[in-house]
Design a protein around this ligand. Structure first.
Ligand SMILES: [Zn+2]
Length: 466
């Protein structure tokens, strides 16, 4: 599988660095002081797609998604910066661990609703403060960080010649933010960023450290936790485009500064989600939540389906029309699947099916070209050469990477209430015995029970009428 590497601006093969062959992935996770919106979730979908695509190829994947529950500030360069968690505490009247718990749970539910498979570990920043302190001490001892007067520790960007290699921001081009404040903070260069901040008065979340009471910077958590769980070299790091600078640039400086070598092989970044003029959400203004989709009667997986229609690195427009069209398209696809479900696949795969399968796999492996994969899928659906049973088998296998629950309607047909199953059985028996009067009356009974009745090669199939 090949992915576009933001660090080299090239599409590169994903090659596991560890001899065990396991592909190790770290995805920057949610900040849990508020609900993740569809823009955030698009980035998490990218991570999920990378993982599923590798597993689709038969790879074993180890995926880590961190939970940011401390250190995310309103504005890192400002003296008025406030921890966003603190704002949530004031807004909601809950303690920081309760806020974190509430929004971690919401994140996991929303992720599951859009088909994101659970990560193998969800490390919380607040559980890894000792690792962050240790990393900071290493950076000090290697001459990459220094202690300022008031007990904060800064990364010295001029000590790391590669600073700017991901984002293209050279140190000289970075403009000072608040020069007076930077001097007051004891920074040696305005681009230096904090690894540890001394706790001011009224600060709720604070820890002991060799430099006094304080709390970790946001960037240091991802260096500390990625290397703790994946080792000093790992394969893929994902995140949204907006995290390239400063978050990922600083992570590279920290991790490579501490180890003395390259840590991440491929940096994969997802494009931004733009909302169209249409108002989609009633409650949340300019962001859209999974709950907004549900409220509008849209299957959250329709959002997942919709994201596949745009390449992951491109900006994507989101409108209610597009969501509703995706919802209808997905329902239709599932109903087609249900219609094919009664027919067993042929003993041997047809050439037509093999060709479609090869092209689908190539599209996925080619830097996740999902729009192309969907073209192949649509060809398969309307193909006259591929028998129904084979179509079902093909799409069901592709669904391991699509994650669209394509078998839902077929499954709901199978999971009929016992009384409905009983009538279906009696109708099939009557038909087998040539008793068409009984067969017809059973059909009427099923219709009366709210089901649509279809005759297939596999016997009677019913589907609850919408
Ligand atoms: Zn991160």
């Amino acid at each position: 599988m090949r992915l576009f590497n933001s660090l080299t601006s090239r599409v590169e093969e994903v090659v596991p660095t560890h001899p065990d062959g396991v592909v190790r992935i770290y995805g920057c996770g949610p900040t849990v002081y508020r609900q993740a919106h569809l823009g955030n979730l698009r980035t998490f979908l990218l991570t999920d797609l990378v993982r599923r695509a590798l597993e689709f190829e038969g790879r074993t994947v180890l995926l880590i998604t961190n939970i940011t529950d401390v250190g995310h500030m309103t504005d890192d360069s400002s003296g008025q910066a406030v921890d966003r968690m603190q704002i949530a505490v004031e807004d909601e009247g809950l303690a920081p661990p309760e806020i974190a718990e509430k929004y971690t749970k919401a994140y996991l539910e929303d992720s599951a609703a859009i088909g994101i498979l659970a990560s193998h570990v969800y490390p919380r920043a607040t559980d890894h403060v000792p690792e962050m302190i240790e990393l900071t001490e290493t950076l000090i001892s290697r001459g990459h960080a220094y202690i300022a007067d008031e007990g904060s520790v800064y990364f010295d960007v001029r000590s790391f010649p590669g600073y700017g290699k991901l984002s293209g921001n050279s140190i000289d081009e970075l403009q000072p933010g608040h020069r007076e404040l930077e001097v007051a903070q004891g920074k040696r260069h305005h681009a230096d960023f904090s690894l540890w901040k001394s706790a001011g008065a009224g600060r709720l979340m604070r820890w002991d450290s060799p430099w006094g009471e304080g709390f970790p910077g946001w960037h240091v958590e991802c260096s500390a936790m990625s290397m703790k769980y994946l080792g000093e070299r790992f394969d893929v790091h994902t995140g949204g485009n907006d995290l390239k600078f400063p978050h990922h640039e600083d992570e590279i400086a920290q991790s490579e500064g501490a180890t003395g070598h390259r840590v991440v092989s491929i940096w994969a970044h997802g494009g931004h989600l733009r909302l169209s003029g249409q108002k989609i959400s009633k409650s949340t203004g300019n962001v859209v939540l999974v709950s907004d989709l549900v409220e509008q009667g849209i299957d959250p997986l329709a959002y997942r389906y919709l994201t596949f229609q745009t390449r992951y690195r491109s900006e994507m427009d989101l409108s209610l029309d597009a969501l509703e069209a995706a919802d209808r398209g997905l329902r239709r696809l599932r109903q087609r699947m249900a219609g094919w479900a009664g027919t067993p696949p042929p003993a041997e795969r047809s050439d037509a099916a093999s060709g479609l399968d090869r092209r689908f796999r190539e599209a996925v492996a080619d830097d996740l070209d999902m729009p192309r994969a969907l073209v192949v899928l649509n060809e398969a659906v309307s193909s006259a050469e591929v028998p129904d049973g084979e179509k079902y088998a093909l799409l069901a296998s592709w669904d391991s990477v699509l994650g669209l629950d394509l078998e839902r309607s077929a499954r709901e047909d199978v999971e009929l209430p016992p009384d409905v199953q009983d009538v279906v059985r009696r109708r099939d028996d009557a038909r087998a015995a040539g008793d068409y009067a009984t067969s017809d009356s059973m059909r009427e009974r099923l219709t009366g029970m709210g089901y649509e009745v279809m005759d297939t090669a596999g016997g009677t199939r019913v589907r609850r009428r919408a």
